[in-house]
Design a protein around this ligand. Structure first.
Ligand SMILES: O=c1ccn([C@@H]2O[C@H](COP(=O)(O)OP(=O)(O)O[C@H]3O[C@H](CO)[C@@H](O)[C@H](O)[C@H]3O)[C@@H](O)[C@H]2O)c(=O)[nH]1
Length: 478
C-alpha cells in the first residue's frame, strides 16, 4: 500500500495559511507515517521565511516539506481586500494548471514511493475536484471560515431561487428566511457582504455558487471550530458530505500537542507574514489587569482615513487604554502619520500603543487585555473566544458579517458594530464591554473558553475528530 502523502494547499492569505500550517504541524507532530507537502505561493513563502522561524521549526519534521507555486500577482501587488478577487483569479488561472501538472506528473513526489494520496485544499480551490478525479485520490476541503458563514454561502442558490437575493427594497434589517437553522437570527445585513450586490451577475456571487457545487463533491470537509460553539449548524453539512471533521480551535490544539510532547522544546507557533513587534508585550506588562482594548483588522481588511479617525476619537473619548495594530497599507489615504490631530497623538502617547503587527495570540492571552475591537476574521474570532476576550465586531467583508452577528446575537460574546463607524458609537460600545457589561461578557467568555479547551483535550470532540481525520488519511478510507 502507498504511504499516506497529503498535499496541503491554502489560499495565499494570512488567515488560511496560518491555520492550515497549524494543521500540517499537528499531522507531523503525531503521525510520522503521514507525509505532508505544504504548497505555498512564492509570495507567502518568502514572507514566512522573512518573518518567522518556520524554516527551523519544520526542519524537525522529516516527513514535511514546503513547495512553492506562483499566485499570478506581481510581487508588489498589495493583496489587500479589494485585491482578493484578483488573487483568487490568479490562483485559478496560474496556480491551478501548475498544481495539476505537479500532481499528475509526479513532480510533487519525485521519490516514486510517495505519490500524493490525498488533496487537502482551501474550499475556494474549486479546480481541485477535477484534479482529484483525474488522479483518482480523495479530496478534503478545509474551509477556514466558520461553518456558520460557509452555510450561508452554500444557501445562496436557495436564497436566489426564493427571491431573497438580490434584496428587494432597502431594508437591511429584514430577517432572512431561507438559511435553514438560522431563522430569526440572520438579517439581510448579516449575510456575507456580496449578497448586497444589486445583480446576480456579480462575479463573487457567481464564484460562491460555483464553489458550493464543488464543495459537496469532496470526500470530506474540515472545519476550524468546535462542537460547543457551532454544534447546532454542523448537522447541516452532514447531509451534504460523508465526512465532517470539526477539529478546532487549531491554535490551541497545536499548543496543547506541543506541550504534551516533552521531546519538543517550547517554541513559537507563529505563522505571521509580517514581522511581529514584540515591544507591545512589554507595554502590556505595565498596564492594569483587563484594562486594554486590543484593536486589529487582520491581514486584508482596510479602512478609510475618515474611519480611522472615527475609531480613534471613539477610543480616546472612552478614556480606555488601547493597543492598536495599524498594518502598513491598511488605511487608505493615510500617507503621513503626522497629520493626525494633536489630541489623538497626545492621548495615544499617554495611554496607547500602536504597532504595525503584533503577536496576536499572545496579546489576546495577556492579562491586561479586556476587550478586542476586531474585523471578525474567523481566526481572530476564535483566538478571542479561546482567551475569553469580549469583542466589538466591525466586519469588513464576506464571512465576517455572519461571524459578527453570531458573536453578538447568538454566542453573546460581544457587540456587533457592523455598518457603522461613528465615534459616539465606538465610545459607547467600548464603555459597554470594558466597564458597564464587563462582568457579564467576561463570564460568558469564560464559559465558552472552557468548552473550547475541553474540545481539544483527550476525549474532547475536536480531539476525536482530528484522530478520525488522521486515521482516515492514514488508512486511505475516505
Ligand atoms: O497583528 C496581528 C494581526 C493578526 N494576526 C494574525 O493574523 C490572523 C488573521 O486571520 P483572520 O482573523 O482570520 O483575518 P484575515 O487575515 O483577514 O483572514 C482571512 O481569512 C479568514 C479565514 O481564514 C477569513 O475568516 C477572513 O474573512 C479573511 O479575511 C490571525 O491568526 C491573527 O492572530 C497577527 O498575528 N498579528
Amino acid at each position: 500500500m502507498a504511504l499516506p502523502h497529503v498535499l496541503i494547499f491554502p489560499l495565499p492569505i494570512q488567515g488560511p495559511v496560518n491555520c492550515m500550517l497549524k494543521l500540517a504541524e499537528l499531522f507531523c507532530l503525531h503521525h510520522q507515517e503521514i507525509h505532508v507537502t505544504f504548497l505555498n505561493s512564492e509570495h507567502i513563502q518568502q514572507r514566512l521565511l522573512n518573518c518567522t522561524d518556520v524554516q527551523i521549526r519544520f526542519k524537525k519534521y522529516p516527513n514535511f516539506k514546503f513547495m512553492t507555486i506562483p499566485d499570478g500577482l506581481a510581487e508588489d501587488n498589495p493583496r489587500t481586500g479589494d485585491q482578493v478577487r484578483n488573487l483568487v483569479k490568479g490562483v485559478e488561472d496560474v496556480s491551478s494548471p501548475l498544481l495539476r501538472e505537479m500532481v499528475t506528473s509526479g513532480l510533487l513526489s519525485p521519490n516514486s514511493e510517495k505519490p500524493v494520496t490525498c488533496l487537502l485544499v482551501d474550499g475556494i480551490v474549486t479546480f481541485a475536484v477535477d484534479i482529484a478525479k483525474e488522479v483518482g485520490i480523495p479530496l478534503l476541503y478545509f474551509d477556514t471560515i466558520s461553518p456558520c458563514a460557509l452555510w450561508t454561502c452554500l444557501c445562496v442558490p436557495k436564497l436566489i431561487e426564493a427571491g431573497e437575493i438580490p434584496f428587494k427594497g432597502n431594508d437591511l434589517d429584514a430577517l432572512v428566511n431561507n438559511v435553514p437553522g438560522m431563522e430569526g437570527v440572520i438579517r439581510r445585513r448579516d449575510l456575507p457582504s456580496f449578497c448586497r450586490a444589486p445583480d446576480l451577475n456579480n462575479p463573487t456571487i457567481q464564484r460562491i455558487v460555483k464553489e458550493g457545487k464543488h464543495i459537496v463533491q469532496a470526500q470530506g470537509l474540515i472545519f476550524n471550530t468546535f462542537e460547543g460553539l457551532e454544534g447546532p449548524i454542523l448537522p447541516q453539512f452532514r447531509t451534504l458530505c460523508p465526512n465532517i471533521y470539526s477539529i478546532g480551535p487549531l491554535h490551541i490544539h497545536l499548543k496543547k500537542s506541543l506541550s504534551s510532547k516533552c521531546s519538543v522544546p517550547k517554541t513559537s507557533t507563529s505563522n505571521s507574514i509580517w514581522k511581529e513587534d514584540m515591544s507591545c508585550m512589554d507595554w502590556l506588562d505595565e498596564q492594569p489587569n483587563k484594562s486594554v482594548l486590543f484593536v486589529s483588522i487582520g491581514s486584508v481588511a482596510t479602512m478609510s482615513k475618515a474611519q480611522l479617525l472615527e475609531i480613534w476619537y471613539g477610543l480616546v473619548n472612552s478614556k480606555t487604554r488601547f493597543l492598536w495594530v495599524q498594518r502598513p497599507g491598511s488605511v487608505i489615504g493615510l500617507e503621513e502619520n503626522n497629520d493626525i490631530p494633536m489630541e489623538l497623538s497626545k492621548y495615544t502617547k499617554e495611554r496607547g500603543c500602536i504597532v504595525s503587527w503584533a503577536p496576536q495570540e499572545e496579546v489576546l492571552a495577556h492579562p491586561s487585555i479586556g476587550g478586542f475591537l476586531t474585523h471578525c476574521g474567523w481566526n481572530s474570532t476564535l483566538e478571542s473566544i479561546v482567551e475569553g476576550v469580549p469583542m466589538i465586531c466591525w466586519p469588513y467583508f464576506v464571512d465576517q458579517q455572519v461571524n459578527s452577528r453570531y458573536v453578538g446575537e447568538v454566542w453573546k460574546l460581544g457587540l456587533d458594530m457592523k455598518d457603522v463607524c461613528d465615534r459616539a458609537i465606538v465610545e459607547k460600545m467600548v464603555r459597554e464591554i470594558m466597564e458597564v457589561r464587563k462582568i457579564e461578557f467576561l463570564e460568558r467568555g469564560r464559559e465558552m473558553r472552557k468548552l473550547a479547551i475541553e474540545s481539544v483535550n483527550e476525549g474532547g470532540s475536536s480531539y476525536k475528530d482530528l484522530d478520525s481525520l488522521v486515521e482516515d488519511i492514514r488508512l486511505m478510507r475516505i
